[in-house]
Design a protein around this ligand. Structure first.
Ligand code: CP
Length: 307
């Protein structure tokens, strides 16, 4: 495969191969000295049209650990600000002989568009409301690390499902691994048609918490809600915010996850976010391992990971 565009198009064997490779990569990442020459001479370009802390930095770190050269294009200071199109920007990067382009863009389908026109590999780092495959892979890796085989496990994803590429990628990946997924949110943010993804959909969080192995809170994407938020932040927090009290309803020590960045006090209380139940920082660490695995699998060729 040349590109990673989404989990919808990925089969279960490939997901397993990525998770297995990420396990090796995490071993390398946790070493005191973690620089390898594996991808020496390869170049990775980060092209982010939307803000990012975790994804952009972890791709950069992942490439560096493997010995590749990385360049991050600051879109606001680039010729994009003079009106240059994604097509011409991408062709320009290709002319500099990049091996891999990591794209984040507000338009669904932009990563696929780029993959079609470039000889270089493309990894989708989030395209509009469509997919965020590397986030879902790191989420699945983190769940497996904590819970073992995920088949038959119950994962509740709560929040702004409508705008969430994280939710969509997780649904595709988790369903392929035999996980029972429930999407929860207010009717405005979790419309009935999203139940068509082969998952349970409800507006009542408290009713689906009993038996949940994982509860994942999504960020309220206020920047994508053009007509204002309904319900209000206060109502939302009351009905859907993860608090210690509410999590007792799971009846077990469920794993709590959040892709970040968090709106503390809205989707998740400080107490929960900072508790041992929450794997939010572990998700970030695992994000580097997953991205190392993907970069290696796409442009590593026959290079051995130096153990
Ligand atoms: N989870 C995630 O995509 O975070 P960033 O926007 O900081 O990359």
């Amino acid at each position: 495969r040349k590109d990673v565009l989404g989990l919808e198009e990925m089969d279960v064997e490939e997901i397993r191969q990525i998770l297995q490779t990420a396990k090796v990569m995490k071993g390398i990442l946790m070493r005191p000295i973690k620089k390898l020459p594996t991808l020496k001479g390869k170049s990775v370009v980060n092209l982010f049209y939307e803000a990012s802390t975790r994804t952009r930095t972890s791709f950069e770190m992942a490439a560096k650990v493997l010995g590749a050269d990385t360049t991050s294009i600051a879109v606001a200071q680039s010729s994009v600000s003079k009106g240059e199109s994604l097509y011409d920007t991408a062709k320009t990067i290709q002319a500099m002989r990049a091996d891999l382009v990591i794209l984040r863009h507000s338009s669904s389908g932009s990563a696929s568009f780029l993959a079609d026109i470039l000889d270089a590999g493309v990894i989708n780092a989030g395209d509009g409301q469509h997919e965020h495959p590397t986030q879902a892979l790191l989420d699945i890796f983190t769940m497996e690390e904590k819970l073992g085989d995920l088949e038959g496990k119950n994962v509740v994803i709560v929040g702004d499902v409508l705008h969430s590429r994280v939710a969509r990628s997780n649904v595709w990946g988790l369903r392929k691994l035999g996980v029972n997924v429930t999407l929860v949110g207010p009717p405005t943010l979790a419309p009935a048609e999203m139940g068509g993804l082969g998952v349970k959909l409800t507006h009542d969080l408290d009713s689906v918490l009993p038996g949940a192995d994982v509860v994942m809170a999504l960020r309220l994407q206020l920047e994508r809600q053009k007509s204002g938020l309904f319900p209000s932040l206060r109502e939302y927090s009351h009905l859907y915010g993860l608090t210690s009290e509410r999590l007792k309803k799971t009846g077990k020590q469920s794993v709590v996850m959040h892709p970040g960045p968090m709106n503390r006090g809205v989707e998740i209380s400080d107490e929960v976010a900072d508790s041992a139940q929450a794997l939010i920082e572990r998700q970030v660490t695992n994000g580097v391992a997953i991205r190392m695995a993907l970069i290696y699998l796409l442009i590593g060729g026959s290079a051995n990971v130096v153990a």
